[in-house]
Design a protein around this ligand. Structure first.
Ligand code: ZN
Length: 116
């Protein structure tokens, strides 16, 4: 069985995590996806509708970053438990090529498409 290098994967995941946290911070959100209270929307917008639309858009991006962060954390936890590289749902091996392309994969392709 070909396995993926856990140290290598861990480094890639930590890098990915830092990138996601940084992106969240740039949007004014914490790691848990909470927006800062003092965050102002709508500066320079003439109407409140545009400000609301901007806020909705930012929240959408925050949501997507947050779920990516959760996946990264899940994969890091799997590395700690020594189960990295196996599907968190069915326990089958995840192809190494998939892990190399997406280190945060904790589900095999089958489960991922079924759970969507
Ligand atoms: Zn699976």
């Amino acid at each position: 069985m070909t396995t993926v290098d856990h140290d290598l994967a861990k480094r890639a995941l930590i890098e990915e995590r830092e990138k996601l946290v940084r992106q969240l911070a740039e949007l004014g959100a914490s790691e848990t996806g909470e927006l800062r209270d003092d965050l102002e929307f709508g500066d320079g917008f003439a109407d409140a509708g545009a400000a609301t639309a901007e806020r909705t858009e930012v929240l959408g991006i925050v949501e997507s970053l947050k779920s990516q962060l959760e996946a990264v954390d899940g994969a890091l936890a799997q590395i700690d438990r020594g189960t990295y590289g196996t599907c968190a749902n069915c326990g089958r091996d995840i192809p190494v090529a998939r892990l190399q392309a997406r280190p945060a994969s904790i589900l095999c392709v089958d489960c991922k498409s079924k759970l969507r």
